[in-house]
Design a binder for this molecule. Structure first.
Ligand SMILES: Nc1nc2c(ncn2[C@@H]2O[C@H](COP(=O)(O)OP(=O)(O)OP(=O)(O)O)[C@@H](O)[C@H]2O)c(=O)[nH]1
Length: 435
């Protein structure tokens, strides 16, 4: 039968390998990885102290060895708390740590009992494994694939069960406690399974770290760094999905393209950084006006897209009117100077058989018209032919009975934007409607 010293040697080697893997992630700057690296260092040192029992006094081998391995468990927990951006519970961890070291010292020097030492050690580690699993359950990000997190909590809870079972087995006397390094069958089985716990936990941590890095990369690829709105690529993907839904469920969808007027002059007057401030201000006002289901994006330098599902062009126009009022009331601040900012916009409404490209082209053409007509206005783009308009289902608000193709009322919204009011529509001073 494989002897416990060999098992612990393998365990120490796997902790060393885990340390190397954690080291490769250190430069990623993900919170918690540093603590997990140190946890593996502590694990290697602790195991080396334990297996050197023949050459070392008990205070160094047994007491310091167990304390070091106990410290590794604390570092794992603190690392995970940092990973989830929680406040590290150093003080809370200190209590079981002091109790564990004290009891192990007692069962070494006071009443020498290897079984009692194993029970104390196992209960301590069961508590920390339970805390690890529970942290993952409570704080795992719901918008990310669950795989890494489920793996981590599975390993943590399996380790909890293992440590508790081991404690029970030693408490009940079903494991003959001849000595920590005597190869009795159950003792070896517990050690062998337990050996897997630390590297498996580290693998879980590595997987979660990779997921955090992927999330950061995805964000980097999808979100405009300046305005925090979607970038063009992510907008196109999201808008494509909305077009499919509009097509599939026959529900309305509108797209507005907004462009800040005379932005070059703002740049010329206040510098590029001043222009950036204005873009940030514009995006912030836009974000505050978006409904949860709307999609807002910066698709070019000073060009923004606003997709409004379940919304007709006329309702979109009222939303933009309200947004225009908001922009007029809240000047962009460049330095400490309020700077007025107007925008032009083009709106297009989705039609059956439409594509995103065609929708964007119509909104773009309408924007061009708005610019051409003097700026600071909204133009609704050419309406699709009557037979192409997306029809409303029976469960939706009925189309006005006398639908007149060239009047705005014919584009009545089915899902009114919360910010779109009649007053706001009045505030839209110069709305053109291109037939
Ligand atoms: N500050 C800043 N400026 C940008 C950014 N991206 C593009 N620009 C500038 O935006 C300006 C756009 O100018 P134009 O395309 O002439 O448009 P405009 O001056 O707004 O004129 P109209 O659109 O016709 O009203 C250019 O000077 C670009 O250099 C950016 O990220 N930050």
């Amino acid at each position: 039968m494989i002897d416990p010293v060999t098992i612990l040697g393998i365990s120490s080697l796997s902790a060393l390998l885990a340390l190397v893997i954690m080291g490769s992630l250190a430069r990623g700057g993900i919170p918690g990885t540093r603590e997990w690296g140190w946890a593996n260092v502590a694990l290697v040192c602790g195991i080396l102290l334990l297996v050197s029992h023949a050459a070392l006094p008990p205070w160094l081998s047994v007491i310091a060895g167990n304390a070091t391995i106990g410290g590794a468990a604390i570092l794992q927990l603190i690392g995970l708390q940092r990973f989830f951006r929680r406040h590290p519970a150093y003080r809370l961890c200190a209590v079981p740590f002091v109790a564990m070291v004290g009891l192990i010292a007692y069962f070494q020097y006071g009443r020498d009992s290897m079984a009692a030492r194993v029970v104390v050690f196992s209960l301590y580690h069961a508590g920390f494994s339970l805390a690890l699993g529970t942290l993952v359950v409570l704080h795992r990000p719901r918008d990310r694939p669950a795989y890494a997190y489920v793996f981590m909590l599975g390993v943590a809870y399996a380790a909890t069960v293992l440590h508790l079972t081991r404690a029970m087995a030693y408490l009940s006397g079903s494991v003959a406690a001849h000595g920590a390094f005597t190869a009795t069958p159950l003792h070896v089985v517990f050690l062998a399974i337990g050996t897997m716990a630390a590297p498996a936990l580290t693998i879980g941590m590595v997987m979660m770290t990779h997921d955090r890095m992927s999330a950061a990369l995805e964000r980097h690829a999808n979100i405009d760094y300046l305005t925090d709105l979607l970038g063009r690529r992510a907008f196109t993907q999201a808008a494509d999905r909305e077009c499919q839904r509009a097509r599939q469920f026959g529900r309305p969808l509108s797209l507005a393209i907004l462009d800040i007027d005379f932005f070059k002059q703002i740049n010329d007057r206040f510098g590029h950084a001043g222009g950036d401030d204005m873009l940030v201000h514009f995006a912030a006002q836009m974000r505050d006006t978006l409904r949860d289901c709307d999609i807002g994006a910066r698709i070019g330098g000073e060009e923004f897209a606003w997709l409004l599902p379940k919304t007709r062009a006329a309702a979109t126009q009222r939303v933009l009117a309200q947004f225009r009022t908001r922009m007029a009331e809240t000047h962009g601040m460049i330095g400490n100077r309020p700077v007025p900012c107007t925008f032009s916009a083009g709106i297009a409404e989705f039609a059956a058989g439409d594509s995103l490209d065609a929708l964007m082209a119509r909104a773009d053409a309408a924007l061009y018209q708005a610019k051409h007509a003097g700026r600071d206005r909204t133009v609704i783009g050419p309406r699709p032919p009557e037979h192409q308009r997306v029809s409303l289902g029976a469960d939706r608000a009925p189309r006005p009975a006398a639908w007149a193709p060239h009047t705005e009322s014919s584009f009545a919204a089915t899902a009114e934007h919360p910010h779109a009011s009649g007053d706001a529509a009045l505030a839209e001073r110069r709305v053109e409607h291109r037939p």
